[in-house]
Design a protein around this ligand. Structure first.
Ligand SMILES: CC(C)(COP(=O)(O)OP(=O)(O)OC[C@H]1O[C@@H](n2cnc3c(N)ncnc32)[C@H](O)[C@@H]1OP(=O)(O)O)[C@@H](O)C(=O)NCCC(=O)NCCS
Length: 182
């Protein structure tokens, strides 16, 4: 971590973002996902859900990292289960490798614990499996069902990873997100 004393965390409902927050987020998204990167992403045609909360990591007045957070009543093998989700994990390209995403993902896990979530779920590219494994996440090798504009589909473009919170995290079976993915 560069200088952790200048770091601050802002975890707030997405609807509470100020105009300055939104502008900082726009700049971060533009730096992480320039058009040439978006054009080559295998998930570019996926319809994602909007996060209900956003975790913003600031270094002084600069937004260095972000996580979108959702809480959803999903179905695990047909049984309604309250799960948490993280998506939109991003760190500004110039400040990567300094532990910002790590600290933000750990903070999100605390939020899930406070919100009585059974387990958390994320989807990521193959090359990030090691990164999340290092943070305690486990591979989910079952079927992930998600809603898309055409109906419910099996999500296979990315790896699915789960984190135990108040209960075990499933490694197999079927998880139906009962909505858009994150
Ligand atoms: C993935 C990402 C959020 C990591 O942010 P970060 O703040 O640099 O992460 P941290 O500093 O906490 O952790 C870095 C660790 O992850 C590893 N890592 C980071 N990005 C990686 C990548 N793209 N591929 C493989 N490993 C990666 C580093 O090797 C490092 O490991 P170490 O701590 O053993 O040295 C950042 O690279 C990013 O914004 N990428 C583009 C957007 C993206 O892919 N988001 C993830 C969607 S699931």
């Amino acid at each position: 971590m560069s200088n952790s004393s200048s770091l601050s965390f802002d975890l707030k409902p997405a609807s509470d973002l100020t105009p300055d927050d939104k502008e900082a987020l726009r700049i971060l998204v533009a730096a992480v996902y320039p058009p040439e990167v978006i054009d080559t992403r295998p998930v570019r045609h996926v319809t994602w859900c909007l996060p209900q909360w956003r975790l913003l990591v600031w270094d002084e007045k600069r937004l260095v990292s972000h996580i979108g957070i959702v809480i959803r009543e999903a179905k695990l093998d047909g049984v309604l289960t309250r799960i948490g989700g993280i998506g939109g994990v991003m760190t500004s390209p110039e400040v990567r490798g300094q532990g910002y995403a790590t600290i933000a993902i750990r903070r999100a896990a605390v939020f899930f614990d406070e919100n009585d979530i059974a387990f958390a779920l994320l989807v990521c590219r193959n090359n990030l499996v090691f990164f999340y494994t290092h943070l305690g996440w486990q591979a989910f090798n079952g079927t992930l069902l998600v809603e898309q504009p055409g109906g419910t589909v099996s999500f296979t473009l990315n790896k699915t990873m789960v984190l135990p919170i108040t209960d075990k995290a499933p490694q197999k079976g079927s998880i139906d997100l009962c909505g858009l993915p994150w």
